[in-house]
Write a protein that binds this ligand. Structure first.
Ligand SMILES: Nc1nc2c(ncn2[C@@H]2O[C@H](COP(=O)(O)OP(=O)(O)OP(=O)(O)O)[C@@H](O)[C@H]2O)c(=O)[nH]1
Ligand SMILES: [Mg+2]
Length: 293
């Protein structure tokens, strides 16, 4: 009877022994990241960074904007509306979110939240128009047709501030493997246009709390979790965004109080987005010239 047979190998750990990327989890470092964002000023006076979020319906685009607003305001913020059901796309209009800094001042970066990429979602050509600054505020996207030049919401003369300086693709971590080919093709198509316009691109993997129990228990496991690294690699291969431009986050979605670990990950993504956008406007590439088309 037993005793002599060697016990089976333990299952491989879902975690690496060391994180493969560092995050500023500690208070002081996090404050310094926050300060970096608060101090950020583009070189040209009056220039603003426009950050455009796109991705599948329900990916957490609006929640990401709300999370950024919450971190910057130091309290829970729900400006960009979020829908908690999966029927269709909730964000329908082209809306710019400015973030108030003081009584009369705003941060020099703005977010645009765009209708999700679905069959009944935003037409790819409209996202391309938005990249070039041709879509006016409050335009209600029509899945059936593209914004035409004669539409009053078509901006014929986009300024450097109307154009997009960072394109952010938002995808839930646990759907990376089974994204519809149609959605992947749309994301790639938009990405190619952004590359042509020299607009840097970032990937945000959301809902990492739902993706694996090790992270739900402790968000600081994010860069130890093999599952997440694997999803990031898959995402990178699928859509072509390099690993060092992909950031896993957990958005504020059910919390009523701020959480330091959530803040650290949101700030890590945000500082990288700002740095890339700043490089874009300083390069003097087509993403800033007044009439490149
Ligand atoms: N667990 C978890 N839920 C999230 C996270 N981010 C967003 N959610 C939830 O996912 C749902 C969709 O989030 P939204 O922010 O509305 O997604 P969206 O991409 O703006 O969706 P559309 O505008 O419809 O395309 C909501 O119920 C959110 O509460 C996250 O990081 N973790
Ligand atoms: Mg939305």
């Amino acid at each position: 009877m037993g005793g002599r047979s060697s016990s089976p190998d333990p299952p491989p750990s879902p975690l690496f022994s060391e994180p493969w990327r560092t995050i500023n989890w500690e208070d002081k470092q996090r404050q310094s990241d926050l300060q970096h964002v608060k101090d950020y000023k583009p070189q040209t006076v009056g220039q603003q960074l426009r950050i455009l979020l796109h991705g599948p319906v329900g990916a957490g685009k609006s929640s990401f904007i709300n999370s950024v607003l919450s971190v910057l305001h130091g309290r829970m913020y729900r400006q960009a509306l979020v829908e908690n059901n999966s029927r269709g796309c909730f964000t329908k209009k082209y809306t710019t979110y400015k973030i108030q800094k003081g009584p009369q001042t705003f941060y020099p970066f703005v977010f645009n939240d765009i209708m999700g990429l679905a069959k009944e979602g935003v037409p790819v050509d409209d996202v391309k128009l938005a990249l070039k600054g041709h879509v006016k505020e409050d335009y209600a996207f029509n899945p059936e047709s593209t914004l035409s030049v004669d539409n009053p919401f078509y901006n014929n003369h986009p300024t450097a501030n109307d154009k997009v300086h960072v394109l952010v693709c938002v995808v839930p971590a646990n759907t990376v493997a089974n994204m519809k080919q149609e959605t992947v093709d749309k994301i790639r198509n938009i990405r190619m246009e952004a590359s042509k316009l020299s607009i840097p691109q970032v990937g945000i993997l959301t809902k990492i709390d739902e993706a694996c129990p090790e992270i739900k228990n402790d968000l600081r496991n994010v860069y130890k979790a093999k599952y997440i690294k694997n999803k990031m690699e898959q995402f990178s291969v699928n859509v072509g965004i390099p690993m060092n431009c992909i950031f896993p986050v957990k958005n504020y979605h059910e919390e009523i109080n701020l959480n330091n670990n959530i803040d650290s990950l949101i700030l890590s993504a945000l500082t990288n987005i700002i740095n890339l956008g700043d490089d874009c406007i300083n390069m003097g590439s087509s993403c800033t010239s007044e009439d490149s088309d």
